[in-house]
Ligand binder design. Sequence first.
Ligand SMILES: *[C@@H]1O[C@H](CO)[C@@H](O)[C@H](O)[C@H]1NC(C)=O
Ligand SMILES: *[C@@H]1O[C@H](CO)[C@@H](O)[C@H](O)[C@H]1NC(C)=O
Ligand SMILES: *[C@@H]1O[C@H](CO)[C@@H](O)[C@H](O)[C@H]1NC(C)=O
Length: 259
Amino acid sequence: MQLIQAASLLSFATLSLAFPNGAPRCKITESIISAGHKMAQGSLGLVMQLPTSYTPGGPAIPITVAAANGSAVSFQGMLAYVTPNAVQDSSLTAVPIGTPNVPNAGGAPQHVGTFANIAAQNLRAQTAAICTNQNVTNDNAASTITHAQPLTAQTPFTVMWTPPAANVGPVTVNMVVSSGSSRTPWQIVSSSLIQSTAGPGNPNASAPPSTTAASAATTATTATATTTTAKARKAKKANKANKAKALVAKIAGALKGGR
Ligand SMILES: *[C@@H]1O[C@H](CO)[C@@H](O)[C@H](O)[C@H]1NC(C)=O
Ligand SMILES: *[C@@H]1O[C@H](CO)[C@@H](O)[C@H](O)[C@H]1NC(C)=O
Ligand SMILES: *[C@@H]1O[C@H](CO)[C@@H](O)[C@H](O)[C@H]1NC(C)=O
């Protein structure tokens, strides 16, 4: 076990979800986790159990991951966050940033609410710089959480999530669970929607208005739009998508080289 983790630390330090002291990412991207784990996503047979609603500014609610057949499944790693979105973030992170007509392509910019009492479960807030680097705005430090050390956890496993004070409408829980380090099964656990007792709300309501990456991006886009032709914008987007592809290829190459 220790050897496997040491090897993982050397070769996959920037990629592996099951890096002993937490996932190195702020968003769940299936292709990147697959590369880091050297294993395609395989079902651990996990399901999520959620209350049907939250109350803005109200009490924490339980988010439980359990085996569909009720058995105790052991796991070591986790990355989790809640987005004001009707879709799983992993389906958005599968689409390159800037893809036309796909709102939040590349992943939702905002992670809402905060996970409570996580230290007692050997979980921790994701490192702020890791989230900033992926253009994620966290409502609170513990809006995005990961394992602080290899967990000795078993299903059913419950984390408590405190909703934001602002009404952000329906939210989706995004969670990936890993049974170990490289070449061990992992699963993005599907979530149903948690409705807000205050109604549809504004998905952006909890974002600090002047400091979010999203509003900075909007400002930049608006400024550029006034001086750029539609053709140039299209080329720019294509360039962005190509850059994303090149980066993925580069990471895959680096992994092969480092083996
Ligand atoms: C229950 O599901 C787990 C995977 O989640 C599997 O490992 C286990 O063998 C299953 N148990 C039974 C009794 O089917
Ligand atoms: C972050 O936002 C900047 C500015 O909009 C953009 O150029 C960059 O590609 C984004 N990076 C990620 C990882 O989202
Ligand atoms: C939320 O923010 C995004 C990006 O800044 C914007 O496109 C969208 O219209 C906003 N939604 C609402 C309901 O204000």
